[in-house]
Design a binder for this molecule. Structure first.
Ligand code: PLP
Length: 716
């Protein structure tokens, strides 16, 4: 599983946090009400900067908390901070110059103080603070236990508090005041890399190390509660007029804890563009304030653009966002994405996919839901794109084989129920909840394990009626009842799988009928014990095509959805107009002539019986083509003609005979299976040639083939 991918919540909030920081510097509510402005800019907005510290700590600190951190990651952070700080300083240099900084303030100690603590421009203190806070923490973590470091960071924050929002309480104690005055000689505020940053950096790291996510309810309740207390704290301090500055509150720490946990639950894909856009909004917004004010002056619109604080804020946000997006766009490294049809590719026809889903649903009873089986990358068709298309077609039930497959779908925003058909390791059970996945109870002992975890888990119970793969045996009624007795299992379904539904031989039909009978018997007995029967399902593709009379709550359809039968010439009871979804194509990489008697490919077992023209095609067994299959009588299509494959298929390429097909040139398209003019080669034929079924053939099509998604131009 790619963990980098699931932090969409954090990345979206980066943008929000940056806009909160902009609000701190523009006071959007000022022209409306002073208290509202105080509450918004001096309390609520204060979550912005701690959030940025936490996000940094979240990704940086976990290895250091485990005492396995490496200096490279710190160096990378320092380099990044240095880069942004340097660029930002350059941006503001002319303004500093204009304001007379170099004429009046720029003594050597003042410059050093500004660079390391106060920032070269007023909001840029953030960069030295992150760098200093991270270095301080990492040094401490090398010396002391994590717990000790946490107390130290808290202690530093405490010192910071009394130099910030709580200053009025200690201001009158002479020796303390002297101490703080000494501190303020180094740094205008205690809101800096020593007293402010460490606690939040560390909090981010600690949250990253927590094994279990908080529940949404806990996050929201905790956030509401601590946030109210934060408001009370801020207003109280304001009332007492003890604040020297208003960055640091006690309640801000628990607020940030719950907020950050909640953001982790938002999920969604990480977004590098938002990451850098938020950073640029942070950096350039003061410049935008100056620009908006300048514009107001020139246009005589100050009464609107400056004096109306909301409009002012809106203008600054607009300018900052547009400016940031421009910078991101201009500085984005142009990724050299290869031409998808450059070498070999699989064309996925989304219209045919939709068509198959529709015709299959049409033969089902109206109460039966269509569960699309999208395991194994949707049988090689691309699980995310297939599931997205089905979502658009109104299908909201999916089945996958593994937890990771389900997680991938969720990370790409697939809606609806996702059932995991296979086993999930106990350590991964928390992910079920996090990604709203439904687990199959693979047998009684698995149910007992789930029950012991003691948390509500959504499941479907599988019954083994004769396939002898997963499922609790239909004959162990007591075990089945015990599964239904599990308090923590939210049983939403019960199902079985047929082992010979594809065959119409009478012995196989009798066996299938027996399996179905065993399943319903088990259900009846469970029901007699007083348990409510959840949704039931039995049929996969051939179950639907050969046993359409079964009236279940779901069908689990895989191969038929992709428009293929497992074997060519399969007879089924229902005949349905299924259309193949995948075609595989590749480029001619070279054309050459060889004399009679020469051998082609490895092993010299293909000998040219006449002078021949051959084409090398850029696809091989590493792309998922069966090496043995196409070998002897294998053919491909080019210019609407069949061309025999000659010689052994290699890892990345193969050769075809084009002696009788004129005009073939380097770069031409070869169809491995699919339609070319009047000719067609089906996946079924290729699978049969290699003694396998289409299910295996398509699901093994490798990741080296780009999936190219197509629709008919004339979509209705
Ligand atoms: C793979 C699978 C299916 C889908 O099978 P098809 O024959 O491709 O329709 C259904 N149910 C279970 C349990 C499966 O493992």
């Amino acid at each position: 599983m790619n963990l980098e991918k699931q932090y969409g919540g954090i990345d979206s909030f980066r943008v929000i946090a940056a806009l909160l920081v902009v609000a701190i510097h523009t006071s959007p509510l000022l022209s409306i009400n002073e208290t509202a402005d105080f509450v918004f800019t001096r309390i609520i907005d204060r979550v912005g900067v701690p959030f940025f510290f936490m996000a940094t700590g979240f990704f940086l600190l976990p290895p250091f908390l485990r005492k396995e951190g490496r200096p490279q990651s710190v160096i990378r952070l320092l380099a990044k901070c240095g880069k942004y700080y340097g660029i930002a300083t350059l941006i503001y240099l002319p303004i500093l110059f204009y304001k007379g900084y170099f004429q009046e303030e720029a003594s050597f100690p003042a410059v050093v103080k500004d660079i390391f603590f106060d920032g070269t421009f007023y909001h840029l203190w953030y960069f030295p603070a992150v760098a200093m806070g991270a270095c301080l923490l990492i040094l401490l973590l090398q010396q002391f236990s994590s717990k000790m470091v946490f107390f130290l960071a808290f202690g530093l924050y405490g010192i910071g508090l009394f130099g910030d929002s709580y200053y009025g309480f200690v201001e009158n104690v002479p020796w303390i005041k002297t101490g703080y005055e000494w501190l303020f000689a180094f740094s205008d505020y205690t809101r800096n890399g020593i007293f402010f940053a460490p606690v939040y950096l560390l909090l981010g790291g600690i949250i990253a190390e927590q094994k279990r996510p908080l529940s949404k309810k806990a996050c929201v309740t905790g956030l509401l509660l601590t946030f109210s207390l934060l408001l009370a704290e801020g207003l109280w301090l304001h009332q007492l007029s003890v604040q020297r500055h208003d960055s640091m509150y006690i309640m801000l720490i628990p607020v940030m804890f719950f907020l950050f946990h909640w953001l982790l639950l938002w999920g969604g894909r990480s977004n590098a563009a938002w990451r850098s856009a938020s950073m640029w909004i942070y950096i350039i917004h003061p410049l935008c304030i100056i620009l908006v004010r300048g514009l107001a002056k020139v246009t005589n619109l100050s009464w609107l653009l400056v004096e109306n604080s909301l409009v002012h804020y809106g203008m600054v946000v607009l300018a900052s966002v547009i400016g940031s997006l421009l910078i991101v766009q201009l500085t984005a490294r142009k990724k050299a994405k290869p031409f998808p049809k450059g070498r070999a590719w699989a064309e996925i026809n989304l219209d045919n996919l939709r068509h198959n889903a529709t015709v299959l649903q049409n033969i089902l009873p109206s109460t039966c839901k269509f569960m699309a089986v999208v395991k194994a990358n949707a049988y090689g068709h691309g699980d995310v794109q297939v599931a997205k298309e089905l979502n658009r077609a109104g299908i909201f039930s999916f089945a996958v084989a593994t937890l990771a497959e389900g997680v991938t779908l969720r990370q790409h925003g697939i809606k609806g129920d996702i059932l995991i058909l296979g086993y999930t390791h106990p350590k991964d059970i928390p992910s079920l909840k996090r990604y709203r996945l439904i687990q199959t109870v693979v047998d009684y002992s698995y149910a007992a394990m789930l029950e012991d975890i003691g948390e509500k888990i959504r499941v479907h119970v599988k019954v083994d009626t004769g396939m002898h793969r997963l499922g609790e045996s239909y004959s162990h009624i007591d075990n089945l009842k015990a599964i239904f007795g599990c308090k923590h299992l939210l049983i939403e379904g019960i199902y079985t799988h047929l082992s010979a539904a594809d065959s119409l031989r009478s012995s196989d039909v009798a066996y299938t009928r027996q399996q179905i009978g065993r399943f319903y018997d088990a259900i009846n007995q469970i029901s007699h014990s007083g348990y409510a029967i959840p949704r039931i399902h039995i049929q996969s593709s051939y179950g639907v095509l050969n046993y359409p009379e079964l009236d279940c709550d779901y069908v689990r359809v895989g191969i038929a959805l992709y428009g293929a039968y497992s074997h060519p010439l399969d007879q089924t009871k229902m005949s349905v107009d299924l259309r193949p979804v995948m075609a595989v194509k590749a480029r001619v990489s070279a054309v050459k002539e060889i004399p009679a008697g020469d051998a082609v490919s490895y092993g010299r077992d293909y000998i040219a019986s006449r002078p021949m023209k051959i084409a090398v095609v850029a696809i091989g067994y590493a792309d998922g083509l069966p090496r043995n299959a196409l070998g002897s009588q294998g053919q491909v299509l080019i210019y609407g003609h069949r061309a025999p494959i000659v010689g052994k298929i290699c890892m990345d390429q193969m050769m075809i005979d084009i002696t009788d097909i004129p005009g073939v040139a380097q770069g031409d398209t070869v169809t491995i299976w699919g339609q070319d003019g009047a000719e067609q080669i089906t996946a079924e034929q290729i699978a049969a040639n290699s003694n396998t079924i289409t299910n295996e053939l398509v699901s093994r099509i490798g990741s080296r083939l780009e999936r190219v998604y197509i629709r008919h131009k004339q979509a209705k």
